[in-house]
Design a binder for this molecule. Structure first.
Ligand code: NDP
Ligand code: 2IT
Length: 446
């Protein structure tokens, strides 16, 4: 990094103790230099200096009462990062590890991802250090209502439209939406991932996982390969992982392992997705239950061990930095030839360097997992029209969007790096250019 080094130094100095945010910014700044170099007017207008500073960061107290009658206090966040091309859009994460730096890394990545979808959505992210594990439905509801009581002051269908992420699924979106409606007396598309029948879109539940496989299918075909009969390992067993598994299996892949934060299961006969859904979506149990119910499946404690399972294609769909350099080397040593990121920033920058050196197919998160937010934008569109598309209509649009993102990334990668397979550069530059043009056109307040 040369041209943008002063911007990065300032990010480090002004945002101490936020390593995930530094990591996300450094990956983008490293790759957008060639396009920034061609636009001195962007440098003069401070486009990148402004891009790395959120437009607004909201932090708030969330007090609620647990089932024992005790007062609990959590911290809520909403980072409204960039609204150059549309209302802030991005999920809410409820996980005990959540802090401002994590929400900022997610919000920053969301700017480029949302731009790549081709739809009019800006970048934002939010969440809380609330831990939904082990909580009763009433406790989840009490927390969601208190969280929304503050958040409602800052969001709106044309301002900022949150959705799900880790720890926030259909149940939570329902409680959040109910509280927003109670407060505002408005039935608007202020959240996405809503239930079918009250504003939700068909195929939103499946969208991130399906979209990941649609994107991977493009990349595999472009390299003369396919999912058919390949061994696939998918980390996580949440929303993204489950529907990535479903589509990969439809494409003829053999998914041999999945995980949660407690460990991983290997099923050499191929994951029984019906059973996995029953355990994870219906009963909300730990993954070892899968091995208890499925003869021949083996549970091993410790989630990182999943990367020691031999596979052709690895789809990390759990969380950030789940593949470090050591795990990347183990994967490559076992012959893995493609990695597709369903989670946000699941590979460390060192792991990405390993993939690059080995020349494997690598589909970075901003492009590969954009199907979720793209379908959220399709939900917003349906809400505005007060009309619903069929599952097939939404799925077909999602499929086309993922194909277009792949084509756009390869085209831009070729133009700026000479290597159409450099999807990291392709995704970052393609996402950036649209936002930079919009910021430039909209000027700065003097
Ligand atoms: P879920 O909460 O549905 O599932 C998360 C899964 O990842 C669970 O199996 C969970 O295990 C595991 N996991 C979470 N944190 C950790 C951790 N620190 N270590 C190990 N395993 C962990 O979330 P989603 O499936 O929605 O999200 C998964 C990833 O995909 C995230 O990175 C998210 O940002 C990203 N993403 C999500 C989109 C969406 O539409 N939902 C869209 C694009 C990206 P456990 O239950 O034990 O905690
Ligand atoms: O990381 C993501 O893109 C999401 N969690 C989905 C965001 C959304 O608004 O659907």
């Amino acid at each position: 990094m040369q041209l943008l080094k002063p911007v990065f130094d300032s990010v480090l100095a002004r945002n101490p103790g936020q390593p995930e945010f530094h990591q996300a910014v450094s990956e983008v700044l490293e790759t957008i230099e060639p396009v920034v170099a061609k636009h001195p007017e962007w440098l003069k207008a401070g486009i990148v200096d402004r891009l790395v500073e959120p437009e607004r960061q909201i932090m708030f107290r969330v007090a609620w009462i647990d089932d024992a009658g005790r007062v609990q206090v959590n911290r809520g966040y909403r980072v409204q990062f960039n609204s150059a091309i549309g209302p802030y859009k991005g999920g809410l994460r409820f996980h005990p590890s959540v802090n401002l730096g994590i929400i900022k890394f997610l919000g920053f990545e969301q700017i480029f991802k949302n731009s790549l979808t081709g739809l009019p959505i800006g970048g934002g992210k939010g969440g809380s250090d609330f831990d939904p594990k082990g909580k009763s439905d009433r406790e989840i509801m009490a927390f969601c209502q208190s969280f929304m009581t503050e958040l409602a002051k800052h969001i709106g269908a044309d301002t900022d439209v949150p959705a799900g992420d880790i720890g926030v699924g259909g149940r939570e979106i329902g409680f959040l939406y109910g509280q927003y409606k109670r407060l505002r007396n408005e039935f608007t598309g202020v959240l996405t991932g809503k239930g079918l029948g009250w504003g939700g879109s068909l195929a939103r539940t499946e969208a991130t996982g399906y979209g990941l496989c649609y994107f991977m299918n493009e990349a595999l075909q472009h390299n003369g390969k396919s999912f058919k009969d390949q061994r696939v390992v998918i980390s996580g067993s949440g929303n993204v992982a489950i529907y990535a598994c479903e589509k990969a299996q439809e494409y003829g892949a053999k998914v041999v392992a999945m995980s949660d934060s407690s460990g991983y299961v290997v099923d050499e006969n191929g994951i029984d997705l019906k059973l996995m859904k029953q355990i994870k979506e219906v009963e909300r149990l730990r993954i070892k239950e899968y091995a208890a119910r499925k003869p021949g499946a083996v549970f091993t404690p410790g989630c990182r061990g999943i990367w020691t399972v031999k596979c052709d294609i690895a789809l990390p769909c759990a969380t950030q930095n789940e593949i470090d350099e050591e795990s990347a080397k183990i994967l490559l040593g076992n012959g893995t030839w493609a990695v597709g990121e369903g989670a946000n920033m699941p590979s460390t920058n060192e792991a990405i360097a390993c993939y690059k050196n080995a020349g494997i197919i690598f589909a970075p998160a901003k492009a590969a997992n954009a199907g979720g937010v793209a379908t959220s934008a399709l939900e917003m569109c349906q809400n505005s029209m007060r009309y619903n598309w069929t599952f097939e209509e939404v799925d077909q649009k999602l499929h086309q969007i993922m194909k277009d993102i792949y084509a756009h990334c390869t085209e831009v990668a070729k133009e700026y790096t000479g290597n159409e397979h450099d999807l990291v550069s392709g995704a970052n530059i393609a996402g950036f250019v649209k936002v930079a043009n919009a910021m430039y056109a909209q000027g700065i307040a003097y």
